[in-house]
Design a protein around this ligand. Structure first.
Ligand code: NG6
Ligand code: CA
Length: 515
């Protein structure tokens, strides 16, 4: 108001004034455009290639996640390295194939940290680029120094903070494993020193009932023979025994809301910095126990209900970005840590109520499997400033590539000894390159090697079928060879027909294993 009055009859001055103001204004816009993008990696747990309506599901609808496809990029040839959680996440964080290191299989809740603290990690790439980094949700990569038993009544380190996350709000392993507590940075949320926590995976600690001794106390029964019948927490038998920490124990029904609110808080607090958020959902892992508002909503039982809860969660994150005006320059990636499973240990009727729904879509196998169902996963990416809406890409990409791709994006150099299996595929990640990696090694029980259209699965003497989970594991004592361009469902083993191809692929795989 004052300059308008003062300059009222001096048109030249007014003109100069507006020039200055508009220059200032446009340079801030310019600065904003130049700002590094925020990156949110939303990691679903055990979600299959066929579990989203954007990937062909018809019995369940996931409109919020589908928006990422509509407004961004949908991948049809995207992978996690492994058919289970811990190894997939280890690869994501370190850029190394998990089978190169012992002890990277599914971890118990009292395992020590398996990520080396002297090598580059994915969040450190972002930290080095000036980002604030946050991890919210499932961790499952161990806590505390290798070789030492963790004391749950002391400051909990080393963990996410020590491998590159400025902020972490998480649970240690899976929601079916003790201890059933949230941890904020180094401290158990709601910890009461009068009620110390003890955790044991070998024998019972404390006097509380277990699912095995007192099944009548359970609100969700365990499936026969799966285990999940140790300490009962919130009416659900867990893997492992715990005592104490009564006040700190979560109610499963609130996990999705708690994690969402922490993720939103992290976004809000860092809206002025570039940030990287690793948002690792508990859904749709077992025990599937949605908040009341989602119970019965899917007509497909608890598994369907938690898919809807997961979709809602993603919608809330998108809303938050819009409200804070961060939508345009935020890359949101959504993917899953391994393929789907129906019965993974609890009698939640996932099998009975699936009613024709195919969680792995056209793929064979699921979680735990060397077939594509184990590790080919949904992957959607939205970044309005950069990614063209409604694009579909068949580029071969893997979660292990995020590390090197972002390092390159920020022009960081990675030591030759670090992240050795992570490739730069940034252009593929944003839809500009349709090829991606040249090949990939994946792990179910057996290792597989995919290059171009061909997939080779190493011969392996383990069981071909997991009766408990009803999964075809992809194990065979003979080599397997599939032409994925014609046979994505891996129905016809062509190894007998193309022995030379088998030999070449086995040799290439052997070389990568030795590297
Ligand atoms: C398995 C559990 C399963 C699940 C899985 C880990 C049994 C019989 N099954 O060992 O319920 O917890 O581990 O899932 O114990 S993951 O998604 O974290 O890899
Ligand atoms: Ca998983």
């Amino acid at each position: 108001v004052i300059p308008t009055i003062r300059f009222k009859n001096h048109s030249v001055k007014v003109f100069t004034f507006f020039i200055i103001i508009s220059t200032l204004f446009s340079s801030t816009i310019f600065a904003q455009k130049k700002q590094k993008p925020n990156v949110i990696f939303i990691y679903a747990d055990d979600l299959g290639y066929g579990d989203l309506s954007s990937y062909g599901a018809t019995k369940i609808s996931t409109p919020n996640i589908d928006r990422l496809a509509k407004e961004g990029l949908k991948f049809t040839n995207a992978h996690t390295t492994s058919g289970t959680c811990t190894p997939s996440r280890y690869a994501l964080m370190t850029g190394n194939y998990p089978w190169r290191k012992k002890g990277t299989g599914v971890l118990p809740g009292n395992a020590s940290l398996i990520i080396p603290i002297d090598k580059i990690t994915l969040p450190q790439v972002f930290q080095n680029a000036g980002y604030k980094t946050g991890a919210v949700g499932k961790w499952h990569l161990g806590l505390g120094s290798p070789g030492k038993d963790i004391n749950w009544n002391k400051s909990l380190q080393v963990g996410p903070n020590e491998v590159g996350f400025d902020y972490a709000y998480f649970f240690p392993a899976t929601s079916d494993r003790v201890p059933t507590v949230f941890i904020e940075n180094h401290n158990i949320v709601g910890y009461d020193k009068e009620d110390p926590i003890e955790v044991n995976y070998k024998e019972k600690v404390g006097k509380e009932p277990t699912g095995k001794e007192n099944p009548e106390l359970l609100k969700l029964q365990s499936s026969p023979d799966h285990g999940h019948n140790n300490t009962i927490v919130n009416g659900i038998g867990r893997i492992g025994f715990m005592s104490g920490g009564k006040q700190a124990r979560w109610a499963d029904e609130e996990i999705a809301h708690v994690f969402l609110s922490k993720a939103e808080q992290f976004i809000e607090e860092n809206q002025k910095n570039p940030f990287f958020l690793y948002f690792s959902l508990n859904d749709i892992h077992v025990p599937r126990m949605p908040s009341t508002e989602f119970k019965g909503k899917s007509k497909m039982g608890l598994r369907g209900d938690v898919i809807l809860q997961m979709d809602w969660t993603v919608g809330e994150i998108l809303k938050k970005l819009k409200a804070l005006d961060l939508e345009e320059n935020t890359l949101v990636i959504f993917s899953s840590d391994n393929g789907p499973v129906l019965d993974d240990g609890y009698a939640d009727k996932a099998v009975e109520l699936a009613a024709g729904h195919k969680p792995a879509g056209v793929l064979r196998g699921g979680k735990y499997s060397a077939f594509e169902g184990g590790s080919r996963v949904p992957w959607l990416a939205r970044w309005p400033e950069v990614i063209k809406p409604g694009t579909v890409s068949n580029a071969l990409i893997c979660q292990i590539d995020l590390l090197s791709s972002f390092a390159k994006f920020f022009q960081q150099k990675i030591e030759d000894t670090d992240a050795t299996d992570s490739f730069v595929v940034m252009d593929a990640l944003i839809g500009k390159d349709k090829i991606g990696r040249e090949s990939i090694v994946k792990q179910g029980g057996a290792l597989s090697f995919t290059k171009g259209n061909w997939k080779y699965i190493e011969p392996n003497n383990n069981e071909p079928f997991n009766k408990l989970t009803g999964t075809e594991l992809g194990n065979d004592s003979k080599p397997q060879l599939y032409d994925l361009s014609k046979d994505l469902g891996e129905k016809t083993n062509l190894a007998g027909q193309y022995p030379n191809k088998v030999k070449l692929m086995a040799e290439e795989l052997a070389k990568i294993k030795e590297a």
